[in-house]
Ligand binder design. Structure first.
Ligand SMILES: [Zn+2]
Ligand SMILES: [Zn+2]
Length: 155
């Protein structure tokens, strides 16, 4: 964990930013909640389970600063709330993708390997050089998928 903190510290330093105590506090919250996709309000709530108190605006600004420096990635699972999660360290900022259940809100991450062919294909067909690729797939999870034979359609 210390390792990640000093990595982030270096990254911010490159952009002339400092990892202040409050920023470190918020980073620790993200580290302790790995694998979750947290809204600003959720990070705010978690951060304030421990001192020091951090205001909502500070949490928001810090998350945006982290986003700018590729410390976190952000996503929208279709509920109108921006969510944040730490980028996978050591992957060079590479991202994973999400399967989002439109009934229960369950989020499953899937590996970018599944889309390995997509980037070269986009490059070839559309002369488009992909910088970041993040895919959110909406549907029904294992528990919620409609029974066979019933036609509930997709949203
Ligand atoms: Zn579900
Ligand atoms: Zn994720």
């Amino acid at each position: 964990m210390e390792n990640v903190i000093s990595l982030v510290e270096d990254r911010l330093k490159n952009g002339q930013w400092k990892l202040t105590n409050r920023r470190k506090h918020i980073l620790t919250v993200l580290l302790e909640n790995r694998g979750k996709h947290l809204s600003v309000e959720e990070v705010h709530g978690l951060a304030n389970q421990k001192a020091p108190y951090v205001g909502l605006a500070t949490v928001y600004r810090t998350l945006e600063l982290f986003l700018l420096n590729d410390v976190v990635q952000s996503m929208d699972f279709g509920d109108g709330r921006k969510r944040y999660e730490l980028c996978d360290p050591g992957s060079g900022g590479q991202q994973h993708h999400h399967l989002i259940c439109i009934r229960c809100g369950n989020v499953v991450e899937f590996s970018r390997d599944l889309l390995k062919g997509l980037e070269p294909e986009l490059n070839m067909r559309y002369k488009f050089k992909v910088e970041t690729l993040q895919l959110n797939v909406f549907g029904f999870c294992r528990k919620c998928r409609p029974e066979k034979g019933s036609h509930q359609g997709t949203v």
